[in-house]
Design a protein. Structure first.
Length: 314
């Protein structure tokens, strides 16, 4: 009996990209039809355009197409989890609908994972052609920073595009944390991973939904999810400034006793107050971020809510 590969595709306002994506991935599935079966699991993440309608049209022509439609936009991390929950395959691949994840790599990925030597075949970009330089710079800095802070290795240029065994998928979906950072979770569960490199590919249609601010917030989520170093940094800053204040008090007392100089320097005093106040607010912000994550986890709210699937009638 042939193995089944589930292709999980999170979608948010991807209406113009769906037909080209399906045509490309269906072509690959036909080329591999002698050795493996496919199913396509589309996750409509509360899209506001005709994404769900396009998926339903694909379903009418291909019963391998399945879908999950959220009640609202829950974010890509929730969409990936829902797709993994819903997938039936012996192997599960996660891909973006914009064709920046080349479907042509699937045969090589399957050949590597089916041997049993690897539990996952993941992809990473070797360049960032087409991205704004400032965005590429901060992306590289983020990977350097998080790899210094976290015990979990994050591969620079890693994509969510990967093919995993059922065992690895089950390990990932067993972690029902509300604040999710998939790249970190993929690394956290371990398992043997083979990396495939490729050059950056432009979107086939539409525009990216990841603004600089969204990427910044996503980076903060990743750091908070897999490192407590920022909390240590806040404590160290507090200790440093306490020691500095103690030294300055001694200097001022000695100077006054020896030279009789009154304490002066109103402008410098204001600068010090502003600097120390800024450090305090930074430390409180770091603590507050971790506290907020804890607060959200303790609520035990659902990570996503399903409005419809292909099994439901219109």
């Amino acid at each position: 009996m042939k193995k089944l590969i589930s292709i999980v595709v999170p979608c948010y306002n991807e209406e113009p990209a769906l037909k080209p994506f399906y045509a490309a991935v269906n072509k690959v599935s036909q080329e591999m039809s002698d050795v493996v079966d496919f199913e396509f699991v589309f996750v409509d993440d509360g899209s506001r355009d005709g994404t769900l309608r396009e998926i339903e049209q694909l379903r009418k022509t291909d019963e391998r197409v399945r879908f999950v439609s959220f009640s609202r936009n829950f974010g890509k991390e929730a969409a990936i989890l829902a797709g993994l929950d819903y997938a039936k395959g012996d192997y599960v691949a996660t891909m973006d609908a914009d064709l920046q994840d080349p479907p042509e790599l699937l045969p090589a990925m399957y050949d590597a994972v089916k041997t049993g030597d690897y539990d996952c075949v993941a992809t990473r970009r070797v360049n960032r052609d087409g991205e704004p330089p400032i965005r590429s710079f901060f992306a590289r800095m983020f990977y350097r920073l998080i790899n210094k802070m976290s015990k979990i290795e994050m591969v620079d240029g890693a994509r969510d595009y990967r093919l995993m065994t059922r065992q690895m998928v089950d390990a990932i979906i067993s972690m029902r944390e509300y604040n999710r950072y998939s790249k970190g979770l993929f690394s956290f569960v371990g398992f043997k991973t083979k990396w495939i490199e490729y050059k950056n590919v432009q979107r086939v249609a539409g525009e990216t939904h990841w603004s600089f601010w969204k990427l910044f917030v996503y980076a903060i989520d990743g750091i908070c999810a897999f490192s407590t170093v920022p909390l240590v940094m806040a404590a160290v800053l507090g200790l440093v400034f306490c020691l500095l204040a103690f030294v300055m008090v001694i200097v001022i007392v000695v100077k006054t006793l020896l030279y009789g100089d009154p304490v002066g320097g109103w402008p410098s005093t204001i600068c010090v107050i502003l600097m120390v106040g800024g450090i305090q607010l930074l430390a409180l912000g770091i603590i507050g971020e971790y506290l907020a994550k804890t607060y959200l986890e303790t609520k035990h709210r659902p990570i996503y809510i399903i409005r419809r699937t292909e099994k439901d009638k219109n």
